[in-house]
Design a protein around this ligand. Structure first.
Ligand SMILES: Nc1nc2c(ncn2[C@@H]2O[C@H](COP(=O)(O)OP(=O)(O)O)[C@@H](O)[C@H]2O)c(=O)[nH]1
Ligand SMILES: [Mg+2]
Length: 303
């Protein structure tokens, strides 16, 4: 995971030959690092934040002529990356669901993102994850726009033995969500997962449709779904969806493909919302919790 980013960071660190932590030495390091981060699709703003934090840390570091400057740079970079990847308010979805189970109300999750990023597959993966944790689910086929999308969700529902509430293509997605919630209430089902249409992110029709889904279904959790292969476009997508529907967290898919990895670093920082899961393949089991420590291990080389 994130091999390209780790290799590039590693190469940059190897070149470091500073003898102290003077402003001049530090800026040599951060200049090189910033280039590497941006080349690997870390958003400019995020790369600058990382370098600024690193500068602050290094300039406070004491050193003697025996100090291993490279090791200190690496250790500081690790700390800074962890800060940038750790959300201010983490989300524990299973715990949140437990709370709403006690209140006997279904926990409603809506998924947003452009076409092809893996919303529908993420719903199936999460459905399986919840079922494995003893949580009952219903799917709402809220993508009433794209041909085949209802059947696609239905197929996942059949495979996973999870009920799918659907209407016909072109019908009101908010009404489908509403039906699914009512079904959950009447059958005592714990979680409603609402699929939505993607189209292109600039479509204002789509955005008002998504807003309507939100006002009708009042989701407990709004998840932005992104494709790590999209690179920098991911940042404008997450920003837009955050503005229009107010997301709570993200899922990043296709991490199994040879992604540079920078986008994953930027999403938490730019949206100020946690990434909750990474999609790492096309099977239901290919869903990993997003653990900042593990990501940092994958990005910052040991030495
Ligand atoms: N390799 C890989 N493929 C994925 C992943 N997530 C989704 N896909 C594939 O991406 C394509 C689009 O997924 P879909 O769920 O239909 O996207 P949607 O349009 O957002 O609903 C499908 O072929 C999925 O199998 C992932 O984590 N890794
Ligand atoms: Mg879909």
């Amino acid at each position: 995971m994130f091999d390209q980013l780790r290799k590039s960071v590693s190469k940059a660190i190897k070149k470091i030959t500073i003898a102290d932590f003077s402003p001049k030495s530090i800026s040599k390091v951060t200049k090189e690092l910033k280039d590497v981060l941006i080349r690997n699709e870390v958003a400019v703003n995020t790369a600058e934040t990382i370098c600024k934090k690193l500068t602050d840390k290094l300039s406070k570091t004491e050193h003697t002529r025996f100090t291993n400057t490279k090791a200190i740079v690496l250790e500081s970079l690790r700390e800074v990356m962890l800060e940038v990847l750790t959300p201010a308010e983490p989300i524990d979805i299973l715990k949140e669901i437990e709370k709403s189970k006690k209140k006997k109300t279904p926990f409603v999750i809506a998924f947003f993102g452009v076409n092809g990023v893996g919303k529908t597959l993420s719903i199936a993966k999460l459905g399986k994850y919840f079922k494995d944790n003893g949580i009952s689910c219903v799917f709402a086929a809220g993508d009433t726009f794209r041909a085949g999308s209802i059947q696609q969700l239905q197929k996942h529902g059949d495979d996973l033995q999870i009920r799918v509430i659907a209407q016909t293509y072109g019908s009101d997605a908010a009404a489908v969500a509403f039906d699914a919630i009512n079904h959950a209430i009447s059958k005592n089902i714990d979680v409603v997962l609402i699929d939505t249409a993607g189209r292109i992110e600039t479509s204002s029709n789509l955005m008002s449709e998504l807003q309507k889904i939100c006002s009708v279904s009042e989701p407990d959790l709004k998840i932005f779904v992104g494709d790590a292969l999209t690179g920098n476009a991911l940042i404008s997508q997450v920003t837009l969806f955050n503005e229009k529907v107010g997301i709570d967290c993200s899922i990043l898919n296709k991490i199994d493909a040879d992604v540079k990895g920078g986008a994953a670093v930027s999403v938490t920082h730019i949206s100020e919302k946690p990434i909750v899961f990474l999609g790492v393949g096309q099977h239901y089991k290919d869903l990993e919790p997003f653990l900042p420590e593990k990501i940092v291990e994958n990005i910052v080389p040991e030495k």
